[in-house]
Design a protein around this ligand. Sequence first.
Ligand SMILES: [Cu+2]
Length: 194
Amino acid sequence: MRHSTRLIMCLGALLCLGLAAPMTTAMDGGNATISFGQWQTGPAPGPPPVLELNRFPNLSPRERNNHQLIPNEVTIKAGGAVNFLIGGFHQPIVYDDGTQPEEINVNTPTPPTTTSGPNPSPPAALIDDPTNRIYRGLDPSLQPLDLSGASFGQDRLEVVWFSKPGTYLVICGIRGHFVNDGMFGFVTVLSRDE
Ligand SMILES: [Cu+2]
């Protein structure tokens, strides 16, 4: 009898722990979406004038891609996520709380790290400054070939989780996009009580 009472108490305690655990470990700080590069719409300057961006059947003309983060500032809470919707040839990189764009060493290493896939040729120079870097995205040149085998899937999604409060710098790792086009933004992560 004593045994079964103890067993019931143990089971009861386990049940309570089981119920309590998800409440203490669940971290849902919401999410935000950043359009990380965008395909343009027409018209584009000619000659001749181009009224549309025609990607059919499978074209990704690099001169018709917009190098911005839209929006370039988002706010979530700790335990939340940012969904980087990547349109075009880009690489999201996240730096730790407080990092500023001017702190990124865009000239390291020598020679520079480049994309490693066969396309583009010559390869594109990448930013590879590991100081305070907390997330480094995929090499866009290594994404799977599309069904035609003629091109590769540039457009993709990377979902990044932020567990701690802070202000995080996000840049595009394609060197020219960051240096020439200012392709960066910030993720503000509030504490869960704010
Ligand atoms: Cu880019």
